[in-house]
Design a protein around this ligand. Structure first.
Ligand code: AMP
Length: 633
């Protein structure tokens, strides 16, 4: 079918389009209305319908293909890096999820209760997510790489009744204890969970808090034969929240529904990812990110596919490990990020070539811009289409891509593609709000209603949802993606970076304000600016410029190095190593406007060797020389 025609239908008559897509999933009660958009920008999809995410991911497949593989958990985080693997059929996964659901119920968790999941990439993490979905509890997964302060902020916002965690994770063979970080986070937070459910991997000794901490294995034994029926939920019941960074230091809880999300994932699995029941899907992301939620846990299972959960790095025991997995499990669709491909590109291609990759039909890449050399290299090695896709935590599924399941439209280098069904995209001039023409740079926005699967609101703060996303242009209410974009004559979009202070390090979204807040808590830091700077491998890295309180620090190379090391330690401890700046430079002055606003874009331009452009608003132009000198030194 002609994609343009198909897309047009989704925009011209969303109710008929999504009403048809809703039939892809099973409902306890069918919807009475496809869409309620009576209170823009809030949209409610499939009003009156009742369904369940876990039912559609597992139960519905148990009768049809109960013995087929559903989950394959592989870890190379083993002492000798040899892969250890365990699989569950749909029937086995159902039983395991019922056990976890029964444990949660025994701890007083039910419909509408919040469960925070802070876990490494182990099967129990997916059981916990699916168990929440089964009983209508709301999960909030926090990326395991985040440290105590980040975790505490999220605990205070989500106010979980239960936290599910583990003794430790492992990174490149090194044990990373989770429990001490979790204890510290709970100590820092004002909210205290009633219980902490702990999976003991016996990697690191744990101290338990009597009355609060409970053991997963012990309780699992108790609920071995538990039967926990699915709780049918109204379509707009909250399925989960997932925190993401923005312009302020306070992360936003992106809130998602049940019905719209399930339908959107089922639709995307067919039209974009072309997944078929019985095939195997391998997404290399982490369950702590949105890609992990949608395309490790829920999407593939909703499509009746087996999904691979991989704990480890792409180059250990060597750079062939992913291709070994593809060969062994006959992976048909794979999803990764450009940074991972750039890492693999540094290793000999023979490692890839020695494997039979004939099962693989396409590689999907997302999370950051895909550059031509990376795309060309991997396309040449794999001989399958490389499909870029652009989206955000907020949207839950691809906004721009190529829907090969509708029409085999060609991809275009440097472009993630064209708008996916239901996304009414526009580019607006940043200052006038006027519509941009072809090949004219503007802010990428989406006209409401957002399609099913996208965020419903900011958890607990409807006003913040409206103010942050829908109030950037005075002439019309549109959703801002905070990305710059450009569209060519044929309707392909190109993404040109963020319009706000969010940076993207190896596909991980980080707020520079959060990093700045952490660094300013150092006793010798009076001011700080953090910017994202282009990096060949990671896309971007964070670079910090600090004004030390003790002026002599800036002049003394030894003291500068010591301060850098202390700042690293501080960020590692508070936010986690993912947020650690690549470099910390000392200056005596930061470029600011006369009203005291930090000019981060000017700093970024200088770091990237670009012309900073108009500097007339700057209070003291010598501050730019300070940045230049700091970079030299
Ligand atoms: P996250 O919410 O962590 O998924 O990050 C979303 C942001 O990552 C977007 O707003 C973009 O800035 C960037 N991004 C995601 N996918 C792509 C892509 N395919 N090409 C360019 N930028 C991307």
């Amino acid at each position: 079918m002609d994609y343009n025609e198909f897309y047009k239908q989704s925009i011209d008559d969303p109710e008929t389009f999504w009403g048809t897509q809703a039939k892809r999933i099973e409902w306890r009660t069918p919807h009475s209305r496809v869409l309620d958009y009576s209170k823009p920008p809030f949209s409610k999809w499939f009003v009156g319908g009742e369904t369940n995410l876990c039912h559609n991911a597992i139960d519905r497949w148990v009768d049809k293909q109960g013995d087929q593989t559903a989950l394959i958990a592989i870890s190379t985080e083993t002492p000798d890096a040899a892969p250890v693997e365990k699989t569950w059929s749909f029937r086995e996964l159902q039983r395991e999820v019922e056990r976890t659901a029964a444990i949660m119920q025994s701890l007083g968790v039910g419909k509408g209760d919040m469960v925070l999941i802070y876990m490494p990439m182990i099967a129990e993490a997916t059981f916990a997510m699916l168990a929440c979905a089964r009983i209508g509890a709301i999960h909030s997964v926090v990326f395991g790489g985040f440290a105590a302060h980040s975790l505490a902020t999220r605990i205070d916002d989500a106010k979980p009744k239960l936290i599910v965690s583990a003794d430790a994770g492992s990174r490149v063979g090194k044990v990373v204890p989770y429990k001490p970080l979790l204890d510290e986070a709970i100590r820092l937070a004002s909210h205290k969970p009633a219980h902490v459910l702990l999976v003991d991997r016996h990697l690191s000794a744990m101290e338990r808090v009597a009355g609060r901490d409970v053991d997963y294995a012990e309780l699992r034994q108790k609920f071995m034969d538990a039967k926990v029926p699915v709780t049918w939920l109204p379509s707009d019941h909250i399925s989960y929240i997932l925190y993401t960074s923005g312009t302020t230091g306070k992360p936003k809880g992106v809130q998602r529904d049940v019905g719209g999300y399930t339908v959107a994932l089922a639709t995307s699995m067919d039209y974009i990812f072309c997944g078929k029941p019985g095939e195997t899907y391998f997404c290399t992301s982490d369950i702590g990110w949105v890609v992990g939620h949608s395309y490790i846990v829920y999407g593939p299972l909703i499509a009746g596919m087996a999904t691979i959960l991989y704990e480890g790095v792409p180059v250990r025991p060597d750079a062939s490990i992913w291709w070994q997995i593809v060969e062994k499990h006959k992976v048909s669709r794979m999803f990764s990020a450009p940074t991972a491909v750039r890492v693999l590109k540094k290793h000999p291609s023979e490692l890839m070539r020695k494997h039979d990759l004939s099962s693989l039909k396409a590689l999907y890449l997302a999370g950051e811009p895909l550059d031509e050399p990376t795309s060309d290299w991997i396309a040449g090695e794999l001989g399958v289409p490389i499909i870029d896709n652009y989206w955000q935590t907020e949207t839950g599924w691809p906004v721009l891509s190529i829907a090969k399941g509708v029409q085999d439209k060609p991809t275009r280098l440097g472009s993630p593609g064209v708008p996916m069904p239901g996304y009414k995209m526009k580019l607006l001039n940043e200052s006038t709000g006027e519509l941009c023409g072809d090949n004219e740079k503007g802010v990428l926005v989406i006209e409401g209603p957002l399609p099913p699967g996208c965020m419903q609101t900011v958890y607990g703060d409807d006003q913040r949802f409206v103010n942050t996303y829908w109030s950037n242009f005075s002439n019309e209410q549109v959703y801002s993606t905070f990305d710059w974009g450009i569209r060519d004559n044929d309707g392909y979009y190109f993404i040109l970076g963020r319009t706000d202070d969010v940076i993207n390090v190896a596909g991980h979204r980080l707020g520079t304000r959060e990093i700045e807040e952490s660094i300013s808590s150092h006793p010798n830091v009076s001011e700080v600016a953090v910017v994202g700077v282009e990096d060949k491998l990671k896309g971007q890295v964070a670079v910090a410029f600090v004004v030390p309180k003790q002026a002599e620090t800036a002049a003394d190379p030894k003291a500068r190095l010591a301060l850098e090391a202390e700042v690293w330690g501080l960020v590692d401890k508070q936010l986690g190593a993912v947020a650690r700046p690549a470099r910390v430079h000392c200056v005596n002055l930061l470029p600011k406007t006369r009203s005291g606003k930090l000019l981060r874009r000017l700093i970024q331009a200088i770091c990237e060797g670009r012309d900073p452009g108009d500097t007339t608003t700057i209070e003291d132009p010598t501050s730019l020389d300070q940045i230049r000198n700091a970079l030299k030194g």
